[in-house]
Design a protein around this ligand. Structure first.
Ligand SMILES: Cc1ncc(COP(=O)(O)O)c(C=O)c1O
Length: 352
């Protein structure tokens, strides 16, 4: 195949942000001072860990020691489990959640226990009573909570979050908020929970909202009862000095991100309303940059092929409990229109 024959595919399958990062992020690369490549940071002279952790600490109003930078949220989730979970101990995860959670518990020969979520009419929900009942019975070592949850898209309400954290005061709770900024950029609640619950960790990432998945930067905001994790994750010689600048440039570009998020939210509503009208599909509301849509299981393969032939890739769920849904990542306005038009065309011709 020559380069020209190769079809440009539109990827809406991995919850990336297809608008790309803010222009200031590109400017960092264009204007880089090359000494950054050859020299370690000297920020320790200021008694600090890194430029980015200092800025995050400032913005979240936390001491810098409670900010941990990682190689994406992925790395931080894994580090916490490797730090604290031992053979045959239990990791609690939402029933429908990112498959990776279970795989890191497996690495430690831990046991994954799934707690319940349920599908309402238009949205998924956490079953808080079911969660607490199972928690008391199983006494997990670590609890993962994901909000918004991937792939179901639902978020915990503040009341639900506090109910859980009060009950789990003595347990390590990891709140995976990879997608949280699509719902709100008011982060004051994060500071409040990290201060109130010393064994809580909130995980965030630059991959989703800031459209920097390729740069691999995530951060954890940790309660002050997790000294071992703080020590374990410390980097004596500092962090990637170019990526730190790119992330800082993203944090300085909020108007850009607010604008693209507004458009993505409009398109999410557009998808929801269109799927509502289409026989054979049932969409769920989501607070992330993706949404789950129920469909006929026996049509999944055919629709997948149909879309791929048109250069469109979405995720068709093949998990034990979720296997008759597609998960659509919200792309640019143009990509979203192409996708819904192709699905409508398919439905009109093939689902009569
Ligand atoms: C729920 C959830 N958490 C964390 C991540 C990790 O993302 P990253 O490692 O790129 O920060 C993902 C990625 O898809 C995710 O879906």
């Amino acid at each position: 195949m020559t380069g020209q024959d190769k079809k440009e595919m539109i990827y809406l399958d991995r919850n990336e942000n297809n608008y790309g990062p803010a222009p200031k992020c590109y400017d960092v690369l264009k204007n880089i001072d090359f000494r950054r490549l050859s020299w370690y940071t000297r920020i320790y002279e200021k008694n600090a860990k890194g430029e980015l952790s200092l800025r995050i600490a400032h913005d979240y109003n936390l001491p810098e020691k409670q900010v941990v930078i990682g190689y994406g949220g992925e790395d931080l989730l894994k580090s916490i489990v490797h730090c604290y979970l031992r053979k045959d101990e239990i990791l609690f995860v939402p029933a429908y959640s990112w498959w990776y959670y279970k795989s890191i518990a497996d690495e430690m020969e831990g046991i994954t226990v799934e707690y319940p979520l349920y599908a309402g009419d238009e949205s998924y929900y956490y079953d808080i009573d079911g969660f607490i009942k199972l928690y008391r019975e199983k006494k997990p070592k670590i609890v993962f909570v994901s909000s918004p949850n991937n792939p179901t898209g639902n978020t915990l309400t503040p009341e639900e979050l506090y109910t859980i954290l009060e009950e789990l005061k003595d347990t390590i709770v990891v709140l995976d908020e990879a997608y949280a900024m699509f719902k709100t950029t008011d982060n004051t609640y994060v500071t409040e929970i990290v201060n109130r619950y010393p064994k809580t960790v909130v995980i965030r990432t630059f991959s989703k909202y800031y459209a920097l998945a390729g740069v691999r930067i995530g951060f954890a905001l940790i309660g002050n009862g997790l000294d071992y994790f703080e020590w374990y994750s410390s980097k004596y010689l500092g962090y990637d000095r170019i990526n730190e600048l790119i992330a800082l440039a993203a944090m300085d570009s909020m108007p850009y991100y607010e604008k693209i998020t507004e458009q993505m939210n409009k398109d999410k509503d557009m998808f929801f309303n269109e799927f509502k009208k289409l026989p054979g599909f049932k969409p769920y509301r989501s607070d992330g940059n993706f949404m789950l849509v129920d469909m006929q299981k026996d049509k999944m393969e055919e629709l997948n092929k149909y879309l791929k032939e048109r250069g469109l890739v979405v995720k068709f769920m093949k998990e034990k409990v979720l296997n008759s849904q597609m998960r659509i990542s919200i792309g640019t306005q143009d990509e979203n229109r192409k996708l819904i038009n192709a699905i409508k065309e398919y439905a009109a011709n093939e689902l009569k």
